[in-house]
Design a protein around this ligand. Sequence first.
Ligand code: PLP
Length: 399
Amino acid sequence: TSSLLAAVEMAPRDPILGLNEQYAADTRPTKVNLGVGVYYDDEGRVPLLRAVRKAEIARIEAAAARGYLPIEGIAAYNQAVQKLLLGNDAALLDSGRLVTVQALGGTGALKVGADFLKRLTPDAKVAISDPSWENHRALFEGAGFEVVSYPYYDPATHGVKFDEMLAALRAMPAYTVVVLHACCHNPTGVDLSAEQWKQVVAVVKERGLTPFLDIAYQGFGDGIDADAAAVRLFADAGITTFISSSFSKSFSLYGERVGALTVIAGDGDEAKRTLSQLKRVVRTNYSNPPTHGGTVVSMVLNDPALRKEWEDELAEMRDRIRLMRSQLVEKLAASGAKQSFDFVKAQRGMFSYSGLTSAQVDRLREEHGIYAVGTGRICVAALNSRNIDNVAKAIAAVL
Ligand code: PLP
C-alpha cells in the first residue's frame, strides 16, 4: 500500500510570506519592506506598548495561577470590549442583548462566527468587498460557505464604487452574510463616509442581511470612538449584527492572539441561546482561550492610568501613520511625480492602495529594493523618517 500522505498536494504559498522571504534575502542596505501587515514605529520595530509592559510586570508580580478560563473568556475583558465598540454610555451595555466571547485574534473571532452562522443559515452566501483582506474568502470558504464579492474599490477615483455596492447589497437574498470593514479598510485604506454608512445600514435592514463587521484597526483611523461609528450605527438600527474585533494592532499584541466576537441579539433570551451555541463552537475547537493577552488588555482597559497611557500610545501610532501619509505625498511631489497622490492622505489605517501597477511594483523591488504587494498595496506604517525620502524618490522614478 502506498503512503497515506503520498497524494497530498502542496498548498499554494502565501504571497506575502514569499515577499518577506525575498526581502530577507536582499542584501541592499537601503531595502524597505512595504509589504508587511504590522505597525512599525519610527525605528522600524514592532513596538511593545508601555501600558502593556506595565500590565505584564504587574501580572508577573501577582504570580497568578494559570487555570482554565471560562469557555467565553474573561468577563471583565468581554465587557471592556463591548464598551470600546459601543461606547461607554451605550444603552445596549445593560440590555442583556450583547454576547461577547474572547477569541484568538480577529481571525479567531471571524472563524467562531462563521462556524456558528454555518449551522444557523447553511445555505446563505457570504459577501466580501472587492478587494478584501485576503483571508476573508479562504476563512469563510473553509467554514463551508460560498463566498461572493460586492463592488467596492474604484481605481479610477481612488474611492468607493458606492452606487454599485449598494445595488449589489439590494440584490442579495435575506440572511446573506455581508462582511464589512468597519474602519481602515484592508487592503485599500478607503472607507465609506458617514452618509454612505447610513445608506448601507438601511439596505441591510430592509433586505434582512446579516452584517458581519470586521474591526481590526480601531483607533488607527480617526480615533477610538470615531472608528467605531459604523458599529454604533448598526447597533442603533436594531439589526442582529456580528462583530469581530482585534487588539493585534491597537495593542501591538500580534502574537498573543487577542480578539473578540460580539453579537448583538434581538433580546436577552436570544442572546443567552446564542452564547450557548458560540460556547459549543469554542469548546469543540480549542476549548477555551489563552490567559495572557486577554488579561493584559483587560488590565489596561479597566485601569484609568493604564488606559490613559494606552490611549496616548494609540494616538501616537495613529498620528505617525498620518504624518507618513502626508510626508509621502509631499515628497512624491518634490521628487518630480507628475500625478497627484493626494488621495493617500484621505485613506485611513495602515494601508494604502497606492495606484502603482504590478509592473511598477516589480521595478521598485528589482531596481530599488523596495518591496510592495503586486496589487500596489503599501503599508504606510512601514515608512519612517529614515526610509521615506528613498521610498518617495524610488516611487517617483518608476512612475
Ligand atoms: N481582519 C482584517 C481586516 C485584518 O486586516 C486582519 C489582520 O491583518 C485581521 C482581521 C486579523 O487580525 P488578527 O491578527 O487579530 O487575527
